[in-house]
Design a protein around this ligand. Structure first.
Ligand SMILES: Cc1ncc(COP(=O)(O)O)c(C=O)c1O
Length: 444
């Protein structure tokens, strides 16, 4: 049940009902910078701390209930604690008698074969423990293949908290006025990283092609989120053109499908847009709610990691641990059931079209861009085509909306996209649309 709002401002209301989260934040700040274990989990004035979850719902330390549109930043595509996934974890623990072997085991190859059938039947892959580790090693192996240090990445694209991926991942409006120059996204970025990163504009094929061509003899790879920020669609011609130009110069093209892998289509953006990259990075959903990532692709590149050859070093103590393989496969089993993926897309469409209807009725200039089961709300007049466009959006208005939704029991990480799960049922969708409508008409 959604909370009953007082007639006061949503922020005061939210703070009044989340006193235990505030107390927790005060305590946690003393040991964890900002009171969080990852910067992305923080929001102002303090993040709401949860203690229980089920399906599409979360309960915070004060006992408030929320409908979850963060889903741990995407992985929980079946919702929290899906019975089949929980059983797979329990069964794996029971039959293995341990959380990990530290040796090869059968589930690793079984899951690898399955993911390769979906993404690259002639390919090879390695598991990692996270999306970041997957992108990191994909870039490293591309460098090993081309024996060059420089990489190209797109402005506004995120591939994990690593020096080269933080280059130009969130430049400010002022910084973008300098042109497409590498901007450090964090203190401590070494100068050589900035020098060896070429920044490209998403959905601008002419400029992208010109930049790649002029650096073609230096580039080890081009990496991108084929769906920018998981909700801005690529022009199909853009991805195809990018594929052609990188192939012409034998520059490995890396699709970071950590987010899009099982959200835009079963098999990611490469299936939806029929473009085959040289390397693909996966994460999030493939672990079924447990830490897991993977990089896969062309056998001639991946085989550099064969220890017998000794060309390329990659290792990870925990990678491929049995419960993540079991939870990931159980998740894909559910998603593959007839109608399951289509149902998820349909639920998302019901939500986005409902949001759009309410925005129109209230004369609010905002757009709801989305792809697959992820979307966002941007207070601007037209759908953005890339990161630069999205900087036109009014963040302050979005922040007011997010606070208002939180106060009404809709959990969205402020400023971030909305992720939908198969556990979002009709009741949850109706409650969400009601809360959204009230937020547009209620006190700011
Ligand atoms: C597209 C993309 N790549 C890589 C990552 C990093 O994944 P992880 O947080 O599992 O390291 C993320 C995380 O949000 C992501 O969205």
């Amino acid at each position: 049940m959604r909370p009953h709002m007082s007639k006061g401002p949503p922020r005061a209301d939210l703070e009044a009902r989340t006193k235990a989260s505030r107390a927790y934040a005060d305590r946690a700040r003393r040991s964890l910078p900002g009171g969080v274990t990852a910067g992305v989990k923080y929001f102002d004035p303090y993040p709401i701390a949860m203690k229980k979850a089920k399906g599409c719902r979360l309960w915070d330390l004060d006992g408030n209930e929320y409908i979850d549109y963060c889903l741990s930043f995407g992985p929980l595509v079946l919702g929290h604690g899906h019975p089949r996934v929980m059983k797979a974890i329990r069964d794996s623990l029971q039959s293995a008698g341990t959380t990990m072997f530290g040796t090869p085991h059968e589930l690793e190859a079984t899951y690898a074969e399955r993911l390769l059938r979906i993404f690259r039947p002639d390919g090879r892959m390695r598991f990692t423990m996270s999306g970041t580790e997957a992108t990191l090693h994909a870039v490293r192996i591309a460098r090993a293949y081309r024996k060059r240090p420089m990489i190209a990445k797109f402005e506004g694209h995120f591939h994990g908290g690593v020096d080269e991926f933080l280059v130009s991942h969130t430049p400010s409006r002022d910084e973008t006025r300098k042109g497409l120059v590498p901007i450090s996204g964090s203190r401590g970025t070494p100068e050589h990283v900035l020098k060896n990163t070429l920044v490209l504009p998403f959905n601008d094929l002419d400029e992208t092609a010109a930049r790649i061509r002029s650096h073609a003899d230096r580039l080890a790879c081009v990496i991108l989120e084929p769906i920018e920020r998981s909700y801005i669609a690529p022009d199909p011609e853009f991805l195809k053109g990018l594929r052609e130009i990188t192939a012409d110069h034998d520059i490995p093209l890396i699709f970071d499908e950590v987010m899009s892998g099982f959200r835009v289509a079963f098999g990611g953006a490469q299936h939806a847009y029929r473009v085959t990259p040289d390397l693909t990075c996966l994460g999030k959903i493939i672990g079924g709610g447990l830490p897991c990532g993977a990089f896969l692709g062309r056998p001639d590149i991946l085989d550099l990691a064969d220890p017998v050859r000794g060309d390329f070093f990659q290792s990870s103590t925990f990678a491929g641990y049995p419960i993540a393989m079991a939870a990931g496969m159980a998740t894909l089993d559910e998603l593959e059931k007839p109608g399951a993926f289509d149902g998820l897309l349909e639920t998302t469409r019901t939500l986005t079209s409902g949001f759009e209807r309410h925005l129109k009725e209230h004369g609010v200039p905002a757009v709801v861009p989305g792809v697959g089961s992820v979307f966002s709300i941007l207070f601007m007049n037209h759908a953005p085509r890339n990161y630069r466009d999205s900087l036109e959006a009014d963040e302050a208005k979005r922040s007011v909306l997010d606070t208002s939704l939180l106060a009404r029991g809709i959990f969205v990480k402020p400023g971030k996209p909305f992720y939908v799960s198969a556990a979002h049922d009709n009741i949850a969708i109706r409650e969400t649309l009601d809360a959204f409508e009230e937020s547009l008409s209620g006190p700011a």
